[in-house]
Design a binder for this molecule. Structure first.
Ligand SMILES: Cc1ncc(COP(=O)(O)O)c(C=O)c1O
Length: 381
């Protein structure tokens, strides 16, 4: 038996948040009171108007394969959203719908970056970016972002990272794990580099301060990734989409046909209703996340755990912890054992995340309050 495929993928890591969750579950079974702040998942149920649409679609036997790019009502709902929200005229033909944005991210890398070539990404970034690049056989080239710069991406550092092998730049705004957004000027300068951009905008609707914009406002030399998991509270439904430069659509569609055939028909039906009719309920959830964000920031500052920057989107706060002699995984496990608060170790988001923990405020105000009280006691008592 050859071990080649296994060693080729040996650098792919698992999500450490899952390890924390597994231990948290064990502790819960032992009767411990655990507060879960480790996952990036809305704690709200999917709005009922969306679930009802799916139930109706199943009753109507909308349970078949669809066009590989997705059903027209779903794609038209996306077109309409981009017109309303970003004043952009995209066409349904540029949209490719799939079962969650994660697989589309892999496809976007596959589409733009041949094996052995480079993709630039940030250090910090969502845990799977690096792994998906490795799975796709391409080289992740990381550009550091720093708390001292409010986690803003320095375009000069991006320029320095460009090699003759660079084929794409992968960005995420609002960003997991920091909750920060890339400024308009940063997007404009990145667009000006002339290298295709893959822009993960899954948290765009969860932007609490300032305006919302897309990389598409600056260039069409890009693929925008978006999905319904976060704003629409639909993580388990697995529905996402990408907006592709028209020149790349036919190849993208072929890849998608081969890999996925299509997303589920009834889920797409529900997705169309989510985007076109669930705005009120989703805006209420976003308002609640914003209130929790402000509350968590206030409580952290009062407790001597000031994050030192302002997260303005998603539902994360990235906190540099006041202990120098312990790595973030050991610390997160220790916090879990001693206080029952489950957090994600910063190292999950790249080497630049060492010394940090990620707090997800997708939890109730009471739990956030109690978790911060426990953290204060842990660090300072
Ligand atoms: C930045 C980012 N992109 C993509 C995803 C995955 O989204 P989906 O549920 O659409 O696969 C996540 C999930 O946490 C994320 O944080």
């Amino acid at each position: 038996m050859t071990t080649e495929p296994i060693s080729y993928l040996s650098n792919v890591s698992s999500f450490l948040a899952m390890e924390i969750f597994a231990r948290a579950e064990e502790l819960e079974k032992e009767g411990r009171d655990i507060i879960h702040l480790e996952f990036g998942e809305p704690d709200f149920p999917t709005p009922s108007i969306i679930s009802e649409a799916a139930i109706q679609a199943i009753r109507d036997s909308r349970t078949r394969y669809t066009h590989t790019q997705g059903i027209m009502p779903f794609r038209e709902a996306v077109v309409d959203k981009y017109r309303r929200q970003y004043q952009l005229n995209i066409s349904p033909g540029q949209i490719l719908t799939s079962s969650g944005s994660s697989i589309l991210l892999y496809m976007a890398i596959r589409l733009l970056v041949p094996p052995g070539e480079d993709i630039i990404m940030t250090n910090l970034c969502y845990a799977c970016y690096d792994n998906l690049a490795i799975i796709a056989g391409v080289n992740p080239v990381r550009v550091d972002i720093h708390l001292e710069d409010n986690f803003e991406l320095d375009v000069n550092a991006v320029k320095k990272a460009i090699t003759p092998k660079t084929r794409a730049i992968l960005i995420n705004s609002p960003m997991n794990p920091t909750g920060t957004v890339l400024s308009r000027s940063c997007l404009k300068e990145l667009a000006g580099l002339g290298i295709p951009i893959i822009s993960d905008e899954i948290y765009a609707d969860l932007t609490y301060e300032g305006e919302i914009y897309s990389v598409l406002n600056y260039t069409d030399n890009c693929i925008v990734l978006n999905g319904l998991s976060k704003y629409y509270a639909m993580t388990g439904w697995r529905l996402g989409y990408m907006i592709i430069n028209p020149a790349w659509v036919s190849v993208a569609a072929k890849i998608h046909q081969n890999m996925m055939i299509s997303a589920s028909e009834f889920v797409q039906k529900a997705g169309a209703v989510a985007i076109s009719k669930a705005e009120d309920e989703c805006a209420k959830m976003a308002k609640a996340f914003n209130e929790r964000r402000q509350f968590a920031l206030k409580r952290l500052v009062e407790s001597g755990l000031d994050p030192g920057y302002r997260p303005v989107g998603a539902f994360y706060i990235f906190l540099r912890y006041p202990k120098k002699d312990i790595d973030s995984l050991t610390l997160s496990m220790d916090i879990l054992e001693k206080t029952g608060v489950a957090l994600t170790p910063g190292i999950d988001f790249g080497p630049g995340g060492e010394g940090f923990i990620r707090i997800s405020y997708a939890n109730s105000m009471e739990h956030i309050d109690e978790a911060i009280t426990r953290l204060e006691r842990y660090f300072f008592a």
